[in-house]
Design a protein around this ligand. Structure first.
Ligand code: SF4
Ligand code: F3S
Length: 109
């Protein structure tokens, strides 16, 4: 089992999660983070840190595309283990659902 970053992170990227991960397994894309499924030790510490509940156990999202997306992107994006400012329009995007089509697969510039 692993934890997975899902929809709510897109265009918000609060990054509270990265500070608590004991194995530094968060990776940063331009508008969301991903968890590396082979590095996550399933401790669950990050889950309550996300202010928009974007981090879910894989058992909750087993049939969603987020599992594969996290695995694919975490292999490409750079590691992030220090908190940074959220994205500029995070207040707006935090209330928007179904953002998977908006995921930017490039790394942050
Ligand atoms: Fe890191 Fe634990 Fe969250 Fe996995 S569950 S991403 S190991 S803090
Ligand atoms: Fe994303 Fe939540 Fe972390 S919005 S960056 S999963 S704190």
């Amino acid at each position: 089992m692993t934890y997975v970053v899902t929809d709510a992170c897109v265009n918000c990227k609060y990054t509270d999660c990265v500070e608590v991960c004991p194995v530094d397994c968060f990776y940063e894309g331009a508008n969301m983070l991903a968890i590396h499924p082979d590095e996550c030790i399933d401790c669950g510490v990050c889950e309550p840190e996300c202010p928009v509940d974007a981090i879910r156990p894989d058992t909750e999202v087993a049939d969603s595309p987020w599992l594969a997306l996290n695995a694919r992107m975490a292999a490409i994006w750079p590691n992030l283990n220090t908190r940074k400012d959220p994205m500029p329009a995070h207040d707006h995007w935090a209330g928007v659902a179904d953002k998977i089509a908006l995921v930017c697969e490039t790394a942050p510039s």
